[in-house]
Ligand binder design. Structure first.
Ligand code: NDP
Ligand code: OXD
Length: 310
């Protein structure tokens, strides 16, 4: 018997996914939503975003697999009720998120951002590299991705602290938690990495008030979601030197509109939501396992708790 997966993403390649799934399982067919006739035969959905036509015609769905670690882009309110949803966690994604974070931290720590600006002025300006002990990295969100990022940066010799909803003690990482721990966490962070899920509690968490809790001249790396940052609050903080530089991968509106002030903000690197990337060659195993779990009525791996919102 054939099991049918409907696929929907403008960012991921349906052919690569179809071929990878086919090479592993003869009994599974993955079909891009544009070619999906007879929607009632599909039992599983693999989605970055739902198809523009919605999921209502897919009346037999037993599970929804996000094509990302985050799920807010699925627009949960518009999905059919009662179908379990899973985040996609896989080593290829974790590795790319760790690489990106390490690159961003070093870019700020070794002053490459300042040297890029100097180059435009034809300015030769030696700045003594600072010791790692004076550059504490604070990771907001110590989950599957934030935990791996914090652990790697600690191994590289940075003082690392992390902030999560519940306490998450980790070797080499100073742990802070909950709203009561936020100010103390930020007060000792020289480079802040946001890798939180977007929920009602975390929306707008990077704002003028919280970013002023960082030491003067701190750096910001946002790889969570654009709506974590109150975008209008950032330019004045950069101009005043409170935030010396930023590496931003995610934005309230993507693609970032051409007229957005961030394009002109000195010291701010913009990357087009590329921090994490999923390789079907590695992630297909996760998807197939969740397909089987959905068909068997078992809880999905990395299932989303809809009450908690992540
Ligand atoms: P997890 O669900 O594994 O971890 C989330 C972490 O955030 C947990 O430590 C959790 O706390 C913490 N958290 C959640 N809510 C709060 C809160 N209100 N206050 C404090 N801490 C909170 O998520 P992942 O690590 O897998 O992914 C995180 C996010 O990264 C995704 O949701 C997505 O938005 C983003 N992402 C971005 C990518 C990109 O390309 N830019 C790629 C992949 C992911 P606790 O431990 O107590 O539960
Ligand atoms: C994700 C992402 O959530 O790519 O995985 O943003």
């Amino acid at each position: 018997m054939t099991h049918w997966i409907v696929f929907s993403s403008d960012l991921d390649d349906p052919v690569a996914w179809r071929d990878e799934i086919k090479s592993r399982r003869d009994d599974v067919e993955l079909v891009d939503w544009r070619d999906a006739t007879a929607p009632e035969r599909f039992e599983f959905a693999l989605l970055w975003k739902p198809p523009p036509t919605g999921l209502t015609p897919y009346t037999r769905l037993r599970g929804i697999q996000s094509l990302g670690a985050g799920i807010n882009q699925l627009d949960l309110g518009a999905l059919p009720r009662g179908i379990p949803i899973a985040r996609l966690i896989d080593p290829s994604l974790t590795a790319t998120m760790v690489d990106y974070s390490v690159a961003a931290v070093y870019r700020h720590f070794r002053g490459f951002d300042a040297y890029e600006a100097d180059k435009h002025q034809h300015r030769w300006q030696y700045v003594s590299p600072r010791p790692k002990r004076s550059f504490t990295v604070g990771v907001m969100g110590l989950g599957q991705l934030g935990g791996a990022i914090a652990a790697t940066l600690a191994t590289l010799g940075f003082p690392v602290r992390g902030w999560s909803r519940s306490a998450r003690p980790m070797p080499g990482v100073e742990s802070f938690s909950g709203p009561d721990g936020l100010e103390a966490f930020l007060a000792g962070t020289h480079c802040l990495i946001c890798v939180l899920p977007l929920t009602a509690e975390t929306r707008g968490i990077l704002n003028a008030k919280t970013l002023r809790m960082l030491p003067q001249g701190a750096y910001l790396v946002n790889i969570g979601r654009g709506a974590h940052l109150v975008e209008a609050d950032l330019p004045p903080l950069v101009t005043s030197g409170q935030i010396r530089g930023a590496t931003l991968d995610v934005f309230a509106e993507e693609p970032l509109p051409a007229e957005h002030p961030f394009w002109r903000l000195p010291g701010v690197l913009i990357t087009p939501h590329v921090a994490g990337a999923i390789d079907p060659a590695s992630a297909a195993a996760v998807v197939l396992e969740n397909l089987d779990r959905a068909l068997a009525g078992k809880p999905l791996r990395n299932g989303v708790d809809l009450v908690r919102g992540y």
